[in-house]
Design a protein around this ligand. Structure first.
Ligand code: CP
Ligand code: NVA
Length: 312
């Protein structure tokens, strides 16, 4: 019996660094263009169904994929990991085969990227990474769209990251190499980019794309964009230690003054005001956090269309 998928080799959206620069650029450009010029009657995903599996909480990712899929004419099924037989020892590989007979695409948010890879290895349909402990690629598509729609091409620009070099930072690093911008990353030693990311940079000869700093002001000096994220990601247990070590990396108005006057501020949200960022910065005139959140919707639509070969 044939699987539901008739699109040939599935186009997975697992990690930015597994895409070609050209594909990432197409997805970003398509997002900017379709946001500017919406065609609400265009339903390229009519008859398609997206299953979303969440093993961690979500507000933006869940809603933006659900609304995005519906706007494109498709349907969604939302599942919590623990409600599935997957959590009673059904294998990922069997689950992937079953999903491939019912739906056209799967978005999964889970802890271990290896888990997502196993799902992709056995699926006949595209698998989308909706965040793992190691990366958050969909977020960074929306972030780059947000930068470029107000400031133009990000190539050659400097993005400063201050805080924990976590999953979101890892996807920013992947994008820096693919799209040709620089990242200044300020962290305590303990929360510097992971060995996995550093090894990848060596492999692709991309080490010069990032500069590591122990001082936030030095990293932000002259930056075009300042980005941070929570000090305590989902699954992190060492809360008190993190808050102590990361305190000097808080994004404040004084830190923003070290960046270019035209610099933007971004945060993937949810934010913890008074921790990684002050309210003055989050709500200040350089902040584009609400556009960034809105752009999750526009970006998810392009990612879905790319995965399902529906218009890009
Ligand atoms: N930024 C982001 O992924 O938000 P959610 O956790 O709410 O999906
Ligand atoms: N780094 C955060 C991102 C949340 C969207 C986390 O993994 O919890």
């Amino acid at each position: 019996m044939l699987s539901k998928n008739t699109l040939g080799v599935p186009r997975h959206f697992l990690d930015l660094h597994r895409l070609s620069s050209a594909d990432l650029r197409r997805i970003i450009d398509h997002t900017i263009a379709s946001k500017k010029n919406p065609h609400p009657d265009h339903k390229p995903l009519l008859g398609k169904t997206l299953a979303m599996i969440f093993e961690k909480p979500s507000t933006r990712t869940r809603i933006s994929f659900e609304v995005g899929m519906k706007q494109l004419g498709g349907e969604t099924v939302v599942l919590r990991g623990e409600e599935m037989q997957l959590h009673r020892d059904e294998t990922l590989s069997d689950t992937a085969k079953i999903l491939s007979r019912y739906v056209d695409c799967v978005m999964m948010r889970t802890s271990d990227e290896q888990y997502l890879q196993e799902l992709a290895d056995s699926a006949d349909i595209p698998i989308i990474n909706g965040l793992t402990d190691q990366s958050h690629p969909c977020q960074i598509v929306a972030d780059i769209v947000t930068y470029e729609e107000s400031r133009g091409n990000i190539k050659g620009k400097t993005v400063a990251w201050s805080g924990d070099a976590n999953n979101v930072c890892a996807s920013w690093i992947h994008a820096a190499v693919l799209l040709g911008f620089k990242m200044n990353i300020a962290t305590p030693k303990e929360f510097a980019p992971s060995l996995q990311v550093m090894r990848w940079l060596e492999e692709v000869k991309g080490r010069e794309s990032i500069t590591l700093f122990s001082d936030a002001h030095a990293a932000v000096k002259g930056a075009d964009l300042v980005v941070t994220d929570t000090w305590v990601s989902m699954g992190n247990l060492d809360v008190a230690r993190r808050k102590t070590l990361l305190a000097p990396f808080q994004v404040t108005e004084s830190l923003m003054q070290s960046a270019l006057p035209t610099a933007l501020f971004m945060h993937c949200l949810p934010a913890h005001r008074g921790e990684e960022v002050t309210s003055e910065v989050a709500d200040g005139k350089q902040s584009v956090i609400w556009d960034e959140a809105e752009n999750r919707l526009h970006a998810q639509k392009s990612i879905l269309q790319w995965c399902l070969r529906a218009g890009l």
